[in-house]
Design a protein. Structure first.
Length: 48
């Protein structure tokens, strides 16, 4: 399980609704809406 960086929900990376790569790291999302929010401002949500 990983944490959706937008809403904080725990997500099974194998069943995630969406994913995105940013600066060499893959982020997983509970919904397409959370991915869209991340895509609009990834630096705000990405953890380094």
């Amino acid at each position: 399980m990983v944490k959706d960086p937008v809403c904080g929900m725990n997500v099974d990376e194998k069943k995630a609704a969406a994913s995105a790569n940013y600066e060499g790291k893959t982020y997983y999302f509970c919904s397409a809406a959370c991915k869209a929010t991340f895509d609009a401002a990834p630096a705000k949500y990405a953890t380094r």
